[in-house]
Design a protein around this ligand. Structure first.
Ligand SMILES: Cc1cc2nc3c(=O)[nH]c(=O)nc-3n(C[C@H](O)[C@H](O)[C@H](O)COP(=O)(O)O)c2cc1C
Length: 141
């Protein structure tokens, strides 16, 4: 399965998670800041935090331009102090016609005095295990 990883970060947690996954799957972690061109793939893992209840606006804009014919499926990996799931990000992907994995990997990500020390080693490993499970699933036609 051809897999790519994209991350959008403010404080570095998503970068850490994305690089751990990319290393394990032997693929590339693309930083949203670079406005990357994602190669055709069966699975795109999007790693991001939540800021004031939402994904970064730049990420929401970026995913509007993803092509469902080039990206077969997207799965979300999200850290936030409240273990929240992505709302607008998932909806924007669905509106764009992208097939989005229903399961989302959620973990804590500390900010100021809340959830300090997260994501920890186990949570990062959990994200890697989630990705490993998805890449074993059959490729969508
Ligand atoms: C400006 C800002 C706003 C945040 N707002 C929320 C929020 O509304 N809800 C929440 O659960 N976490 C919130 N957080 C915590 C982040 O989602 C969490 O620290 C996440 O791990 C950050 O990922 P990153 O390091 O990749 O940017 C916020 C963090 C920042 C920096």
């Amino acid at each position: 399965m051809k897999t790519q990883v994209l991350y959008a970060t403010m404080t570095g947690h998503s970068k850490k998670i994305a690089h751990a996954i990319a290393k394990d799957l032997d693929t590339k972690a693309h930083d949203l800041k670079d406005d990357p061109i994602i190669p055709n793939c069966d699975l795109l893992l999007i790693v991001s935090g939540i800021y004031s209840g939402e994904a970064k606006p730049e990420l929401l804009n970026y995913v509007k331009n993803l092509s469902p014919t080039l990206i077969k499926k997207v799965a979300l990996i999200t850290s936030s102090t409240r273990n929240s799931a992505q709302g607008s990000l998932r909806q924007t992907l669905v509106d764009t016609g992208i097939n989005v994995e229903p399961e989302e990997y959620l973990c804590q990500g500390g900010f100021l005095f809340k959830a300090m020390g997260h994501p920890n080693k186990d949570e990062i490993e959990g994200a890697v295990t989630f990705a490993q499970k998805l890449v074993k699933e059959p490729v969508l036609s």
